[in-house]
Every structure is written in C-alpha cells, then in structure tokens.
Write a protein that binds this ligand. Sequence first.
Ligand SMILES: Cc1cc2nc3c(=O)[nH]c(=O)nc-3n(C[C@H](O)[C@H](O)[C@H](O)COP(=O)(O)OP(=O)(O)OC[C@H]3O[C@@H](n4cnc5c(N)ncnc54)[C@H](O)[C@@H]3O)c2cc1C
Length: 325
Amino acid sequence: MAGNVWVVADHWKGTISDATYELLAVGRGVADSLGVRLEAVLLGHEARQLAASLGTADTVLYVDHPTLADATGLQASRAVAALASQRAPAVILVATTNVSWDLLGLLPGRLGAPLVNFCRKVEVIDGALQVTSVLYGGKMAVTVAAAGPGPVVLAVLPGTGSAAAGLGAAPPPVEEVSVDLAGDVGVRLLAYEEPEAGDVDITQQEALVAVGRGISSEANLEVAEDLADALGGAVCGSRPVIDQGWLPLVRQVGKSGVTVKPRLYVAAGVSGAPEHVEGMKDSELIIAVNTDAGAPIFSVAHYGIVDDATDVLEALAEAVRKRKG
Ligand SMILES: Cc1cc2nc3c(=O)[nH]c(=O)nc-3n(C[C@H](O)[C@H](O)[C@H](O)COP(=O)(O)OP(=O)(O)OC[C@H]3O[C@@H](n4cnc5c(N)ncnc54)[C@H](O)[C@@H]3O)c2cc1C
C-alpha cells in the first residue's frame, strides 16, 4: 500500500467535529503502521483557519471554493474524488456524521472504490488493513481485509478513536489545492433549521441519567431530573420515552438518536436493545437499574442493580447529595 492515509475533516458552522479528531487518532495509527503520511482533507470556503487544529496530520490539503461553503455531499464528493484521482491515497477515512453521510453515499461511487461501512476498529495487521464493521445495529461484528487496487473508503462510527488523542498540538503545514468544481450540481443548502433550540446538548454532558419505558410514567421523570441535578448532568431517554413525548427528540440516545460518551451513564428501566446500546456503550461508567436480572443492558453495564428504577434513582440522588454535603 503506497498511497497515503486521508481523513476528510468534518466541520459545521466553523467548528471541526470531535469525530474528525477521532479519525485523526485512528488515521495516525494506520499511517504509522503502513509507513505512509497522514493527510487531512479540508473542504470549505474561507475556512483555511480550521486547519490549525488538525496538526495530528502531517499535512492538510485544503480545497477552497464558494460552492464548498455549505456541506452538500454532491459538491464535497466531487472535490474529494478529483483530489484522490490526482494524489492516489490508499485509505480515505470519513466520519459517519450528519455532515458527512451525504459525502459517504457518493464518494465510493465516484471513485469506483470499495466502501466499508459502520467501521468500529481499523487496524494494520502484517502490513494489511483490517477493519471491523458493526452490522444490524450492533448485533454482529464482521472483520474484513480492506484492500483495493485504488483507495478504500472507510465510514467510521463516532467513538472509534479518542478525540483528545487526535487534537493536534501545533498547526500543520497547509497545502492549498485546486480542483475543477465548475458546473451546477443542482443541489444547494437553502436553510438550516435548528432542532428544538434551547434544550441541553446531551453529547456534551459528563453525567447522563437515561430513562426507559421501565420508569412507567412521565411523572417519574422528576426523580430522574433530581438525580441528574445532583450529579450536574442531564436526563436523556430511550426511544419509547421520546415517542411518548415525555422528552424531546434531541434527548434520544441510540441509532436514531445521538451517540453519547459521558463519564457516567445511569440507565434506568432501559432494556438494552441494540439500537439503544449503539448510542451509549462507550460511556466511561455505566450503571444499569432494571427489575429483570436478565435484561441485556446488564451485559454492557459496569454495575447493575436489580430493583425498581424510581426507588433506586431516589436513593442515588439522596446519596449523591449527602456525599456532596
Ligand atoms: C430502526 C430502529 C431504530 C431505533 N432507534 C432507537 C434509538 O435510537 N434509541 C432507542 O432507545 N431505541 C431505538 N429503537 C427501539 C429499540 O429497538 C427498543 O425498542 C427500545 O430501545 C426499547 O426501549 P426501552 O428499553 O425503554 O423499553 P423496553 O424494551 O420496553 O424495556 C423496558 C425495560 O424496563 C424494565 N422495567 C420495567 N419495569 C421496571 C421498573 N419498575 N424498574 C426498573 N426497570 C423496569 C424492563 O425489565 C425492561 O427491561 C430503534 C428501533 C429500530 C427498529
């Protein structure tokens, strides 16, 4: 594998995503093992300053074009594909985020390149790339050898690498490159609508109290809120809780919600369906409370309590408050 390893930088509203730093950490390991360079590909318009934090890469390849100002997969995939045909990278890492999904759907087709989706682990073994991909919402993991004559595109799940490890300490060299993006692709961003502005961002909380159908009624949310307050965190929920309108959609954890990695995740009355676990299993410490000792949530929890969710949340809130004085 002679080509370099690329990370497509994912950014929105002037901020590089954590998923990008995670990819840089993963990409650094892969590039070092293959003995090639790690390059970040930054697309945008008047966005060169975003390269400053991408120093885990050896170089940033920056493409500036007015039509790259907003994230649209059609134009972004044209840019990356054109650049790839000039530079022949061996591996292209793209994050599976809202910003990059569009690009991911188009890039492999434009390149005629293989795509490995839902990557959870990317390694180099005996000089060859091996990728573990998570299927069926986490029910199955498959390890494949990823090789092509040309580049291989890897769609990497958030949480695969460490964002802290991928955050560059010093600004990297930036090479501004131009590609032909002339012509109307027919799609442009007209407006961006903020989802339920004003609510908390559960991806940024250090402590989360997640409630599932097992908390029985909306009234019991108060107990969860109380524990979250005591911990300085927030309440989130499984899909049935959101579907019933007990919490807003932005608080849903899982496959069709968001992925969280707090320091503490208390799952109360949550069964641990794969679609939920997919969004929380990388939390640093997981405590599960469930009346059913056989509930699947216990297989991902570090500590388990077989008891009534409301009673345990109440007791925990009291204990936390007592400990804090
Ligand atoms: C395409 C797709 C996407 C999905 N996306 C998501 C997603 O993003 N997030 C998500 O969460 N789900 C998602 N789901 C739904 C998922 O499959 C589960 O149905 C859902 O996670 C179950 O939620 P739950 O654990 O709250 O409820 P249940 O599975 O009904 O579990 C309730 C649990 O509470 C326990 N319990 C009952 N009484 C008590 C009590 N008094 N005290 C303590 N425990 C008690 C029960 O033993 C049980 O384990 C998705 C499904 C599909 C098909």
